[in-house]
Design a protein around this ligand. Structure first.
Ligand SMILES: Nc1nc2c(ncn2[C@@H]2O[C@H](COP(=O)(O)OP(=O)(O)OP(=O)(O)O)[C@@H](O)[C@H]2O)c(=O)[nH]1
Ligand SMILES: [Mg+2]
Length: 467
């Protein structure tokens, strides 16, 4: 993929809608648009007979016309943004047309025929990165904004797009470069440095200005991971305890069939739910028990597999019945997982009822009535608290790196630790410098300063076409 040709794509979803946008970026963007656009009379300029001149950051009203036969394709607004004041820092033209798959495709075809190339996924944003308008972390923020599923996920992504991660990493990198310069000076001009600067001073500086801020970024990663990646929950229990009823309550709609017949749910059903801002997927499952029914057996197998990979199991029992052998069978299936015991149908027992649970079932428990919608909000509180501590981490004023950043931050910390060991053991400066350079490299990769083509391509391939 070359980074010089003029690229074009449909930037809005291909469906019926008020408007659709075809975006063009590159040196030929304006001449290409001009060749298929007929300005309205009011906007025609007598001193520009070809009508090829467009002011930057202005909207032009007119028509898209097929230059081959002069037929009008659509009535549009043209937005022209000249380099460098545009998303890609190149000349950009956006054609705001009516939105319908046929009309959008037709206009795009004309644009391609006049010399543009179809953009790859994320190629507009990639150009913004290659042309230095944003760093790699900000480009990733763009994808996260598009993919955000809850308000809080959006907030995390927005902070990244603003450049918060990049700035935090950049500050550490500057400190590292400063320390590195000092070290290199002692190697190159040992006679000019009266006191050996490594030693205690460098150790303290590396601790305070490098290790501490990087550790705090890792803490931000742990706190924010859930908002970015979401949580997978499974509701598990023997037949008829009220699993589907609970899932319906969590979703606040009657999504799943509930009956008093045991074995009603036979397949695994996943639905998206927002738990205090954490995007989650909750799975209702087939009641777990020993059975010869072939359909149920498959459902139970699916449940077991799901349990192995989910983040949290809601293990449900029926308050009106003492723990049965079947419940214990379910327990054995989920015991390796992080689990909350949900004691349901609490409306059918007296308020002060004591429900005995085997001693070895060490897990937080909660009483609910899925039928009467009681205890559901307490359950959500418990889930959120279990995963984000006291909740403050969720409001993170701090910066939230993603998994890629986290891995590089760890590499950087590792390299600095090795330099610190070297300093404490009076190792030669040359070896310490190698470690510090490795620490800088790991941070450069986060910002995209030294990221390999492969990493960059991998990041942009997650984008949709037209962004
Ligand atoms: N009284 C009372 N009844 C409940 C409660 N929760 C569920 N039920 C009833 O229990 C029966 C079974 O509910 P479901 O939600 O279908 O139970 P399930 O665990 O999904 O059952 P299977 O899909 O068969 O495994 C239905 O008649 C529900 O109305 C509750 O909290 N209190
Ligand atoms: Mg069910």
């Amino acid at each position: 993929m070359d980074n010089y040709s003029t690229i074009a794509a449909i930037s809005t979803p291909l469906g019926k809608g008020g408007i659709g946008i075809i975006k063009i970026s590159g040196q030929q963007a304006i001449p290409i648009a001009a060749s298929i656009f007929r300005k309205s009379k009011a906007q025609k300029n007598a001193s520009d007979p070809q009508q090829m001149f467009f002011e930057s950051h202005r909207l032009y009203y007119g028509h898209i016309v097929d230059p081959e036969n002069g037929s009008v394709v659509d009535e549009v607004l043209l937005a022209v943004m000249k380099a460098p004041r545009s998303y890609t820092r190149e000349d950009v033209v956006e054609i705001n047309s009516h939105s319908g798959a046929v009309v959008l495709t037709r206009i795009l075809e004309l644009v391609l025929k006049m010399g543009a190339r179809l953009a790859e996924p994320g190629e507009f944003t990639k150009r913004a990165f290659l042309n230095g308008r944003i760093d790699l972390t900000q480009a990733e923020g763009v994808i996260d904004i598009i993919n955000a599923k809850t308000e809080k996920s959006l907030k995390v992504a927005g902070s990244q797009l603003k450049g918060d991660v990049g700035r935090a990493i950049g500050a550490v990198r500057d400190s590292l470069l400063g320390i590195l310069a000092e070290m290199e000076a002692t190697i190159d001009f040992p006679e000019e440095v009266n006191e050996k600067p490594p030693g205690d001073f460098c150790v303290k500086l590396l601790q305070k200005e490098v290790i501490e801020p990087l550790e705090s970024l890792l803490a931000g990663y742990r706190a924010g991971r859930l908002y970015r990646e979401g949580l997978r929950l499974a509701v598990v229990g023997r037949p008829n305890v009220g699993k589907s009823s609970l899932v319906n309550r969590m979703l606040q709609k009657d999504r799943i069939i509930v009956t008093d017949i045991p074995g009603t749910t036979r397949d695994l059903i996943e639905e998206a739910v927002d738990i205090h801002g954490i995007p989650a997927v909750i799975a209702d499952t087939a009641g777990l028990h020993q059975t010869n029914d072939p359909v149920e057996t498959i459902g139970i197998q699916k449940t077991k597999e799901y349990v192995r990979t989910c983040d949290l199991v809601l293990f449900m029992v029926d308050a009106t019945k003492p723990i049965t052998e079947q419940d214990d069978f379910v327990y054995r299936t989920v015991q390796e997982q992080r689990t909350i015991l949900v004691i349901n149908k609490w409306d059918l027992v007296s308020r002060n009822f004591y429900y005995p649970v085997p001693d070895r079932w060490h897990m937080p428990r909660i009483k609910t009535s899925a039928l009467y919608n009681q205890g559901i909000s307490e359950l959500k509180d418990l889930i959120a608290r279990d995963f984000i501590g006291n909740g403050s981490a969720g409001d993170h004023n701090g910066v939230v790196p993603n998994l890629r950043h986290k891995q590089n931050i760890e590499q950087s910390i590792h390299a600095v630790q090795s330099a610190l060991n070297g300093l404490r053991n009076n190792q030669s400066e040359e070896l310490i410098v190698i470690d510090l350079k490795e620490a800088v490299r790991a941070l450069d990769e986060i910002l995209g300063l030294s990221a390999s083509e492969e990493i960059i391509d991998q990041i942009f391939s997650r984008f949709c076409i037209g962004k």
